[in-house]
Structure formats: structure tokens, C-alpha cells
Design a protein around this ligand. Structure first.
Ligand code: BMA
Length: 377
């Protein structure tokens, strides 16, 4: 008896001081408790399945805009997505609404609603070109990033832009006034050459400096502590290319990639061409999942498909077979389908009420590996 009590006490002490399964290695060592807990929750959810995400899900869909609790995903499946993507392009120029016409005040409310429901919010930023005042897609110059870095002629002006970004994050509060933790997927698709921060527009060194400068400004100067930082180039051919512009493990929490099935318009009428695009897409998804998951394992990061889909997804079993069979055996955090534009008839990436592939999408979201909001609470 005498011997058993100290052993029991020792075991109790051990279990009290036990560390969480996943080490807390967030970019932000001062992250709020809610941010740390979201980060650990995302790690834990890796064992449960793949979360389904949708861009701008609660803000609008095909033929509707800003209706309470509406979502194309919910309209079709009766369930909300586990991950919701948002876009803050034009916050930097102090506009009241983003480049896709979502008022920032509404966006904050949608983020709160999604959070309350248990969904996870992720934010991208197609910020304007500070040199020309045109959009993020104005990529004719190769000195925009350089002009933003310390010593550059736009450095101070860019800090004002970052102040506005910081204020947005600091205004994401739940009903009790507690900061809502979110992912921030900055300067994405940079392995391509179509944004001012792209691979043809700046050197790897400049890109990394831009990333580090932004993290340090938000985290250390503006005290924004509710961000999980996500890195997502476009498709890459191997780990070397994937990491060419990677700012380092200490500056990134989540790693992913953007990958789309290409093709549009008339090619959809030609089965052979369509099939070739689908085959290319499946191969690209698998190849990039291999790269990202492999590195995530080594660096103890969370892997995801940060943006994907096919406009109008013409193949009949696009979701329940093409997508599902391609991803089901991989262990990664989430797959986010791009937006359902409200008034661009060709620009939708998940079914809406009355569209093609409704049944197929319902079949997809009930697969045991696919997680919706309700599955992750
Ligand atoms: C693109 C398109 C654009 C949109 C942009 C930012 O892929 O959907 O219409 O403005 O993303 O959300």
C-alpha cells in the first residue's frame, strides 16, 4: 500500500504536466489562447478527415447576395462548410467593401457567424499594386516588392496599408469581445507570374523579405496575435521549387498550394479535351499533395489544398469520384473550393440550388473522410 500511493501520485503529476500532443510551434509566440487552441484543433482534426472549404460562402452565391444564414453549400447539402475563405483585397486602400463587393463590416459578421458555428476562417489578400494604383494583377513591373521593402520609396506608404490590414484582424471579435483566430494566406500563388509579388516580379530574396516584414509588422509592431500564417504557391514541380521562396519554418504555420482544373468555354464541348484537362488536374493534385504533405511531416506543419476547383465542373461525378478518389487516401487538413460568383454565370466552383451536380456534391460531403462544420465541433 505504501508503495502504491507514491506511484499513483507520480502518475497523476505526470498527467497534469503532460504537454499537448502537438508542440506549439506557432509563428506567433504571443498568439492568443484561442489561436493556439485553434492551431492544435486543426492538427487534431487531421486524424478525423479532410475539411471542406468554400470561398465567400456566406456572403453571396449564384443569384443571391447577403441573405441571412444563406450559403450555396448549405442550400444544396443542408450543411455548412468546415472552412470558409475570405478576401480582404481593398482593405489596404480603406475601401468600405472588398474587390468582390463584400462590405468589410458584413465580412466581419460572417466570420463571427462561421466561428460561432465551429467553422474555421481563412483569409487571402489580393492587395493593389502600390506603384501604379492598379489591381494585384498589374504585374508589368519587377520593382513593386523592392519599393515596399525597408529603404524603398513605398515603404512608409505600405505600412499605412498594413495598419489597415492589422485593424481588420484586430476587429474580428466574437460575441464576448474575444479575438477570433483566423488563418492569413498572404502573397499566394507567388510561384506564378500574375501578381505583383510573383516569381517574375521579384527575386526569392525579396519575396521572403516581404513575407517576414509583413509578419513582423503585424505581430510585433501592431500586436496582432490572432493569426495563423499560411503559405500557398501555385502548382510546383518539386520540393525545391516549393521552397524556393519559402520564408522559413519560423514564419509559416500552414502550407498548401493552389491548383485548378484548367479550361473553359468551348473545350467543355469536346469530351477528349475535357478528359485531358481532368487527367492533368488529378495528376497535379496528387503531385502537389505529395510535395506539401511530405514537407509538412518533416517540418511539423499543417498541409492543405488552399484553393481549387473547376469552373462549372461539367463531368457528371466531378466531386464524388474525380475529386474524392484523388484525395481520399491523403492525410491533409482541408480542401477549399473557389467562389460562386453571384453574377458571372461561368464562375462557380460548387453546386448551387438548381445547378448541375447537386446530387453528386451531396454524395461527396457525406463521405466519411469529408468533414463539414458539424463534424468538427
Ligand atoms: C479570382 C476571381 C476574381 C476575384 C479574385 C479575388 O480568382 O474569382 O473574380 O476577384 O479571385 O477573389
Amino acid at each position: 500500500m505504501k508503495k502504491i500511493i507514491p506511484i499513483a501520485l507520480f502518475l497523476i503529476m505526470c498527467s497534469c504536466t503532460e504537454k499537448p500532443n502537438t508542440p506549439i510551434n506557432l509563428v506567433d509566440k504571443k498568439a492568443t489562447p484561442e489561436t493556439v487552441s485553434l492551431y492544435n484543433r486543426i492538427f487534431t482534426l487531421l486524424d478525423k478527415g479532410i475539411m471542406l472549404g468554400h470561398q465567400d460562402d456566406l456572403a453571396y452565391g449564384v443569384n443571391w447576395y447577403n441573405e441571412p444564414n444563406r450559403s450555396d453549400v448549405h442550400d444544396v447539402t443542408g450543411k455548412y462548410p468546415a472552412v470558409v475563405g475570405w478576401e480582404i483585397g481593398h482593405i489596404e486602400i480603406d475601401a468600405p467593401y472588398n474587390l468582390d463587393s463584400i462590405y468589410f463590416d458584413n465580412m466581419k459578421r460572417y466570420i463571427r457567424e462561421a466561428h460561432q458555428r465551429g467553422s474555421i476562417n481563412t483569409i487571402s489578400w489580393h492587395g493593389d499594386n502600390i506603384v501604379t494604383g492598379n489591381t494585384a494583377w498589374d504585374c508589368a513591373q519587377d520593382y513593386v516588392v523592392k519599393s515596399i521593402l525597408p529603404g524603398g520609396e513605398n515603404h512608409e506608404k505600405y505600412q499605412v496599408w498594413l495598419d489597415r490590414v492589422a485593424n481588420f484582424f484586430l476587429d474580428l471579435k466574437d460575441k464576448d469581445g474575444i479575438l477570433i483566430p483566423v488563418m492569413f494566406r498572404m502573397y499566394h500563388e507567388h510561384s506564378g507570374g500574375w501578381f505583383w509579388w510573383g516569381s517574375k516580379q521579384c527575386t526569392p530574396q525579396e519575396y521572403k523579405q516581404l513575407w517576414v516584414m509583413t509578419v513582423e509588422y503585424l505581430r510585433d509592431k501592431k500586436n496582432v496575435h490572432n493569426i495563423i500564417y499560411a503559405y500557398s504557391p501555385s502548382e510546383t514541380k518539386d520540393e525545391t521549387e516549393y521552397l524556393e521562396r519559402y520564408p522559413g519554418d519560423e514564419y509559416v504555420d500552414v502550407i498548401g498550394f493552389d491548383c485548378y482544373a484548367s479550361g473553359e468555354g468551348t473545350m467543355y464541348n469536346d469530351p477528349e479535351t475535357l478528359n485531358a484537362h481532368i487527367e492533368r488536374y488529378k495528376t497535379a493534385l496528387k503531385h502537389n499533395l505529395d510535395i506539401v504533405i511530405n514537407y509538412a511531416r518533416k517540418a511539423n506543419k499543417i498541409a492543405c489544398i488552399a484553393e481549387t476547383g473547376m469552373e462549372k465542373f461539367p463531368p457528371e461525378h466531378f466531386f464524388s469520384e474525380i475529386i474524392y478518389n484523388t484525395i481520399k487516401d491523403y492525410k491533409f487538413s482541408y480542401i477549399l473550393f473557389w467562389r460562386n460568383a453571384k453574377n458571372r454565370p461561368d464562375h462557380y466552383y460548387v453546386p448551387y440550388k438548381g445547378s448541375n451536380n447537386e446530387d453528386d456534391f451531396r454524395k461527396f460531403v457525406t463521405k466519411p473522410e469529408i468533414l463539414m462544420a458539424k463534424d468538427i465541433i
